[in-house]
Structures are given as C-alpha cells and as structure tokens.
Design a binder for this molecule. Structure first.
Ligand code: ATP
Length: 388
C-alpha cells in the first residue's frame, strides 16, 4: 500500500534512520519508523493513512513539516526530504526542500543515514552513500559530513554520539571524538530537557560507565554535572590516600545496572557520593574523613535535580532518601548490628529498604576477596535479623 500510494502521488518513499540501523543490527523490535519522501510528507502521510483506514487519525506538525499516525502498534512518521543550514546561535536549522541525498547528509551519524527504498524500480535496495553498513560492522560512530561542523551546527549530537556509543557499545571515531572535545562548550545552546533525555538513555544502557567515561573525557561531564567531576582525583597526606570517588562511582553505577533497570535507583548510585568532595578532610590520627557527606549529598541532590530540570516529585525524594541512607547498612554490616540501629534503619528506609540494599551491595567495590566475603556474610546476617 505504502509504495502504491507514493507512486500514485508521483513521490518517492524511503524508510530511514533508526529502524534501518536496528534492522541491520538485528536489534529489538521497533516502536517507530521514519519515512522520507521527495515531496510533501504531510500530504503523503494523509493519503497513506486514508488508504489503510479512513478513520485513522493523522497528527500534523506543520512547523516541522512532519505528520504521524499509529499503525499496528507502531508510530509512523513522515517527512519531506530536506536540506538544512544552521545559524551560529541556534540548533534550529533553516530548511529547504531537498533530495533524499540532502536528507541523508543532514543526519547525525552514518549508521543513522541509511535509507531503504520502497519504490517500485528498486524496492528493498539499501541506499548507503556514507558507508554506514561498514560502520555498523566496525561498530563505529562517524558523521556523514565534517565532524566539527556537524557538532557545532547541532551540539545535541555530541550527547547523541555518546548515547549511541553507550547503548550500542560502539566507538566514536577519532576525528569525531576530537571534535566533541573542541566543541563541548557549545552544549550550552541546547536545552537541559534535551540533554537529559540523552543522559537518561546513557544511564539506562547495560554499562553506563561507557557513556559516563566519554562524557568525562570530552569535558561534557564537567559542563553538565560538575558535582561528579569534583569527585575525581586522589590526595595523599602523611602517606594516606583515599579512593578516587569518581571512578568508584562509575563502578557502582555499572554494578547496580547489572541488578536493576530502575532509572532512579541508578541515579541514586550515580549521586551516592556527591557530598564527599565538599566534606573531605584529613584529620590527624584518623585519616581521610567525609563526615556528614550523606546529609550534604542529599541536599545537593535537590539543587542538582532543579538545575538539570529533572522531576522534582517522588523520584527526587526517592533519590534523596537513598543518598542520605546510602552508607547506613554498610556501616551496620561493618560494625556489627545493634537492635536499635536496625530499628532506625527499618524505620528510615521504609519501603525502599530493598533498593537501599541493592545500592549498598553495588557500593562494595573492594577487590579484596576476604573483605568481600565478610560483607556478604554480614549482609545476610542483617537480612535475617530484618526478617525476624
Ligand atoms: P532510537 O529510536 O534508538 O533513539 P533513532 O535513531 O530512531 O534511535 P531518533 O532520535 O528517533 O533516534 O531519531 C531518528 C533519526 O533522525 C535518527 O536515526 C537520525 O537519522 C535523525 N536524527 C535525530 N536527531 C538528529 C540530530 N540531532 N541531528 C541529525 N539527525 C538526527
């Protein structure tokens, strides 16, 4: 039906973007398909929808020149092929009508610039002007056009590069990575909501440290969440050092991600030590201390959620609570349990007790196997007492 309607309207039609990429990568079933036509995308969407089912509701976004409707559980989005040019101060391009190739050129990465023809003369052909198929095989993220220009035009692409690197486990090609390092400051023209959509996709990837490390390496972490980069580094006084809490945090986030898909529990892991940079002190006779870091940390969570335009309701309160209690069970497990301490923990953690334990287990990054075994034993002991 799609091809026939397009042909009847004298328009070409292609599937582009993530659907084609995921098809070639044999990734999970899709939720949306993007179509490009050389001609009017809105009119074509309406004609196809009408042919499929005259009652179908087509949503039209005039400003973007796009239209979409739902079909067999999928969001189908249509756009007319376009050519884009950018101004210095905005990531909104000015748009002209273009060819399929113009449209492929405006895409962020070669792996997202593949088109699948739905036209009679070459139905099913893959149109791959920038060697995206090779890049899928090599697991490389590369931009179709010159990288500095691509990232400077729309700096959100820097976050998208890191997001795809993290979710697909791809490498960012060297020129691209250098361009991101050079252009990182341009991220400030992008809205925080957009940045956080990508950031949360990094947080939900199987191994978020892949993306978090790239953010650190490119300078984006310092610009977006400086509270985390403040945890970097090891100091030494009188021969005593403390662990590097930034790298430790990444390990904790990976550990917890192996055990939960709960985004906010992963966030609690990311932020569980943020109070440590401002509370760090060396005390004679004791060594490095971070006294009260959990309390300060949970206050910092609120500021950070506010600044990053993250939800300020129950999700934030949950993260605050976990950060505040983050080392309580570990302390309990380490020092031996007293009944009153247990009761307080049960009271303070409430229904989030299990999540707090998941966080605590993830927080044990010691390589010392006898220490690990001791923690495991004591955790089990605490769990039994709690059941009692
Ligand atoms: P996923 O659905 O896994 O997030 P996707 O590739 O479908 O991946 P979308 O954000 O839905 O991601 O974008 C659809 C397509 O639009 C992309 O494949 C890409 O071709 C193009 N695209 C999206 N955002 C940009 C951008 N900022 N710059 C250039 N092209 C983009």
């Amino acid at each position: 039906i799609f091809s026939e309607v397009a042909a009847k309207n004298n328009q070409t039609l292609f599937i582009v973007g993530g659907y084609v990429r995921d098809l070639l990568m044999k990734r999970q079933s899709p939720t949306d398909i993007d179509f490009v036509t050389e001609g009017n995308g809105i009119e074509l969407a309406k004609s196809i929808a009408k042919e499929l089912n005259p009652k179908l509701k087509v949503s039209i976004f005039k400003n973007y020149g796009t239209a979409m409707f739902k079909h067999e559980g999928l969001d189908l989005e249509f756009v007319g092929a376009r050519k884009e040019s950018y101004a210095e101060d905005s990531r909104k391009p000015s748009v002209e009508i273009g060819t399929l190739e113009d449209d492929q050129k405006r895409r962020d990465f070669t792996i997202n610039a593949l088109a699948l023809s739905l036209n009679k003369e070459n139905f099913g052909d893959l149109i791959d002007p920038f060697d995206g198929v090779q890049d899928i095989k090599k697991k490389i993220l590369r931009t179709p056009l010159e990288p500095s220009q691509t990232y400077s035009d729309d700096p959100l692409r820097m976050m998208r590069a890191i997001r795809f690197a993290s979710t697909l486990n791809f490498k960012i090609e060297e020129n691209s990575l250098n361009a991101i390092k050079n252009e990182s400051e341009r991220i400030k023209i992008v809205s925080l909501e957009r940045i956080m959509v990508e950031f949360n996709k990094i947080m939900l990837s199987a191994k978020p440290s892949l993306g978090l490390k790239l953010m650190e390496e490119t300078g984006l972490m310092q610009l977006i969440i400086p509270e985390l980069t403040a945890l970097k580094g090891i100091e030494e006084v009188e021969g005593q050092t403390h662990k590097d809490n930034f790298w430790h945090t990444l390990e904790v986030v990976d550990n917890i991600s192996a055990n939960t898909d709960n985004l906010w529990l992963r966030w609690a892991a990311l932020l569980h030590d943020i109070g440590k940079a401002p509370t760090k002190k060396f005390v004679d006779g004791i060594g490095w201390t971070f006294h009260g870091h959990e309390f300060l940390g949970s206050k910092m969570v609120k500021n950070l959620f506010y600044r990053l335009k993250l939800p300020l309701g129950t999700d934030m309160k949950y993260v605050q609570k976990l950060v505040k209690l983050s080392s309580r069970p570990i302390a309990l497990v380490d020092d031996g349990t007293s009944d009153s301490a247990l009761r307080r923990l049960l009271f303070d953690a409430g229904e989030d007790l299990e999540d707090l334990f998941i966080l605590n287990k993830a927080d044990i990054t010691t390589k010392n196997s006898s220490k690990q075994a001791k923690f495991k034993r004591n955790f089990e002991e605490v769990a039994i007492k709690i059941k009692e």
